[in-house]
Design a protein around this ligand. Structure first.
Ligand SMILES: NC(=O)c1ccc[n+]([C@@H]2O[C@H](COP(=O)([O-])OP(=O)(O)OC[C@H]3O[C@@H](n4cnc5c(N)ncnc54)[C@H](OP(=O)(O)O)[C@@H]3O)[C@@H](O)[C@H]2O)c1
Length: 314
């Protein structure tokens, strides 16, 4: 397994297990199997609704805590400073842990306290840098209290990350963003390299299992792209392995979700794949700035969120 060294010197396993949409009743078995075969990095979130089940698998493993990398995420309705620590403690309680390795602000989107998903535009609070810094300050207190070792963001642009780097006392360690050959995130990778941060890519396989309402008509397929298929054929591997090997070869971390034992094994093995420069060039040409998760569910009529102010043109 490759590791990414963070600015603290801590090492994050380059390939982790995603748990979004991992069904209740399946996720504990998947995490147990993943840990048995060598996964050491698990990507969780309160909003996935399955942290307690992930916790069952963590409680049963013989892998020492210090060898595990556990990430969770602060949901959008708990960004007020007074809500941050209770939200983190809820995730810790569900996961059965004393600390997280990484806690991310899940979205640069704020929801009213009692709202998990917006039903009307009134549930959505406009994003401001001032409020982001207040949330960050409360997260920094959690680091000082020993509840979490690293902080980061998810779905943030480099523009929204900048004030955290400039004003915070705990530097963001990781930027988690959608990343795959159709959305290569070159600007974010460069920004993170220049600022001593790591990048983690989500939806590396195209997130086919997303809820139906998040699918876009005519969306492109990563796993069926002719260049990916041809490369997999030539190298005697699978299209998914090429996509994951691409991410790791670029020096990013990647968190594919699977609950299937054979695909868990296949995905883990891909962390050791090193693609040739010529294959990396072919994939570089596939970038089209496409997002499978485009955040449109935050943009109902009357919402303060738009594609422009959510993604900042990045
Ligand atoms: N920060 C964020 O806002 C955010 C957003 C989305 C995702 N994430 C994180 O990133 C993780 C990964 O993203 P994702 O879950 O959206 O999608 P993904 O990993 O791109 O795709 C998962 C889908 O691919 C299938 N799959 C897994 N391995 C495969 C293989 N080797 N060959 C063919 N199909 C395979 C899975 O099915 P099986 O389970 O049946 O194998 C599942 O349907 C999430 O689980 C979550 O932890 C974060």
């Amino acid at each position: 397994m490759k590791y990414l060294t963070l600015h603290t010197g801590a090492k994050m396993p380059a390939l982790g297990l995603g748990t979004w949409q991992a069904a209740k009743g399946e996720v504990a078995a998947a995490v147990t199997e993943a840990l048995r075969i060598g996964y050491r990095h698990i990507d969780c979130a309160h909003v996935y609704g399955n942290e307690a089940e992930v916790g069952e698998a963590l409680a049963a493993t013989s892998v020492p805590r210090e060898d595990l990398w556990i990430t969770s995420k602060l949901w959008n309705n708990a960004q007020r400073p007074e809500d941050v620590r209770p939200a983190l403690e809820r995730s810790l309680g569900a996961l059965g842990l004393e600390y997280l390795d990484l806690y991310l602000v899940h979205w640069p989107v704020q929801l009213s306290h009692a709202v998990m998903f917006p039903q009307s535009p009134d549930d959505l609070i406009p994003w401001t840098t001032e409020h982001a810094l207040e949330t960050w300050g409360a997260l920094e207190d959690c680091v000082r209290a020993g509840l979490v070792r690293h902080l980061g963001t998810s779905n943030f642009s480099t523009k929204k990350l900048r004030p955290l780097l400039d004003n915070g006392s705990v530097k963001p360690a990781v930027s988690q963003v959608e990343m795959h050959p159709y959305q290569q995130q070159d600007r974010m990778r460069e920004f993170c390299r220049d600022n001593g941060m790591a990048v983690t890519g989500f939806a590396p396989l195209g997130s086919r299992h997303r809820p139906a309402h998040q699918h876009q008509e005519g969306e492109p397929s990563l796993l069926d792209h002719p260049d990916i298929l041809a490369m997999a054929d030539r190298l005697g591997t699978t299209p998914a392995s090429i996509l994951l090997g691409w991410a790791v070869t670029r020096g990013t971390s990647v968190i594919p979700k699977s609950t299937n034992p054979e695909r868990l094994r296949q995905n883990l093995a891909a962390a050791d794949l090193e693609l040739a420069a010529s294959d990396m060039d072919v994939i570089a040409a596939m970038d089209m700035g496409y997002r499978f998760l485009d955040g449109s569910h935050w943009m109902m009529a009357g919402s303060p969120y738009t594609p422009e102010n959510l993604w900042d043109g990045e």
